[in-house]
Every structure is written in structure tokens, then in C-alpha cells.
Design a binder for this molecule. Sequence first.
Ligand SMILES: Nc1ncnc2c1ncn2[C@@H]1O[C@H](COP(=O)(O)OP(=O)(O)O)[C@@H](O)[C@H]1O
Ligand SMILES: Cc1ncc(COP(=O)(O)O)c(N)n1
Length: 265
Amino acid sequence: MIPGVLTVAGSDSGGGAGIQADLKTMLALGVHGMSVVTAVTAQNSLGVQGAWELPVEAVRAQYRSVVDDIGVRAVKTGMLASAELVEAVAELIAETDAPAVVDPVGVSKHGDALLAASALDSVRTKLLPVATVATPNLDEVAQITGVRVESEGEMRRAAAAVLAYGPRWALIKGGHLPGDAVDLLTDGSEEHWLRAPRHDNRHTHGTGCTLASAIASQLAKGQSVPEAVAAAKEYVTGAVAAGFALGGGIGPVDHGWRFRAGSER
Ligand SMILES: Nc1ncnc2c1ncn2[C@@H]1O[C@H](COP(=O)(O)OP(=O)(O)O)[C@@H](O)[C@H]1O
Ligand SMILES: Cc1ncc(COP(=O)(O)O)c(N)n1
């Protein structure tokens, strides 16, 4: 049976991040992708031109429709926009018997806010405690914990600060540091450093969404967290390497890079 994976995230009209990135990643990794839309953004390679949240009942109803009938083997969360939505989604995840990958999306690559400042406390106290893996980037680590990471060595302290809120694993993404693209995965006892060459490509829209969805897909296929994160890192690294120009600004990573390998682009 093809395992089902559910993304709870915002729509990116430009197709590079959010729900669209998640579903493409799931297809590429061989699972059945399903979605709960939390917000709709008008977004392209230049930035976010508008964002509209869905009512909390609409989010709950989508989630129940999927989970009650179809069932899910893993859940991934992305843009949750408001405290009310963060809390509702945390409650739904707590009732679901499946691992949850929480990408605590704060701002877009262009600096547009995708989460209200008033929702940060709910992320800390409601959402992170129900996460199997939390995947903050360095800006999100700073927002959530106050820890500012400027070098690889400081990522351990960031991971400990995130783990203090209760996720089983923290994956600290070092994509915004110079040098190799290094991430740290830890549950407080095991430590796994994931290192990939930095691809000098400005077309990185969707990296975080893609990585988190890839982890959820691999967990749904039965891998352990360290195995799933290693496989997801390999997939996102290839997607960044193949990222392409689209529009006048930051283009998307290529979710289909493995399909295109060896064929004409
Ligand atoms: N230029 C790059 N080359 C290779 N990997 C990258 C690059 N930029 C980001 N990554 C990787 O992409 C993943 C997402 O990281 P990051 O870009 O920090 O997250 P976010 O999209 O949430 O800001 C991480 O595994 C990171 O190491
Ligand atoms: C709807 C939505 N969700 C998430 C992101 C973050 O994108 P990235 O993965 O590049 O950090 C985004 N730009 N838009």
C-alpha cells in the first residue's frame, strides 16, 4: 500500500514552497500526498503580495476528513499563520497516531511574515511539544528560543534550547550560514551532523518545506528519524542543485530533479 502523508500548510501560488512544494516532494518520494490548507498566499519569485487565513473550522474539517477516513502515516506542518490555528493544529496532531514533522515557518525568504508574532508562544508551548521532529532554520531558532547562531559550533546550544520545548528530535538547519550546508539532528543523546556542499544557486525558494516534507515521507515509509532525515537531506540537496530561474527573483528548487536526471532539461 502507498503510505499517505498529510501536509498542514499555506498555499504558495508560485508553486515553489508551501502546500505545492510539499505535494510535489511527496510524489517524488513515492507516497500519497494530502493537504490541509491553512492560508492562501499570493506569492511569486519576488515575495508575498497577500495572505489570507482560513477559518479554524475549515482547517479542522479538512484534517478530520483526511484522518477519519483515509488515515495518515505521517503529518507535516508548515505555515500556520495565527495562534488560533497553531493551537487547533497542535490539538489535532496530539489526537493522531502518526509522527509529526513540525517546520515552524516564521518568515518567507523575502522577509514577509507568515506567522503572527502573537503566535510564537503557542508554537513554543503547544506545537513543539507534539512534534516528533522540529525543523527550525536559524531565524526561527532565534525567534523561538532567543539563541542566535553565527557558527556551526553554536548549533548544539540552539538544539538544546529547542528540545527544551518538548519535541522528540530537533533538526537545526544551517542553510543560512556561510560554507557547507550543515544541519544538526539530535534528540539530546544522539547527535547526527548532516553535511552537504553549498550550491551557489540563488534559486532556493522552498528548501525548508521540501526538507520537512521529505522527512515526513520517509517516516511514512517506515524509516527511523535519523534515516529519514539523511534521505531527506540528500533529496533537498539535489533539489537545490537543480533549482531554476522562474520569474524575476528567487526561483524554486526542482522537486522533480530525480525524474530529470539523465534526460534533457
Ligand atoms: N545553497 C544551498 N546549498 C545546499 N543546501 C542548502 C542550501 N541552502 C539551504 N540548504 C539546505 O536546505 C535545507 C533547508 O534549509 P534552510 O534554507 O536553512 O531552511 P529554510 O528554507 O527554512 O530557511 C537544509 O538542509 C539546508 O542545509
Ligand atoms: C505558503 C508558504 N509556506 C512556507 C514558505 C517558506 O518557504 P521556504 O521553504 O523557502 O522557507 C513560503 N514562502 N510560503
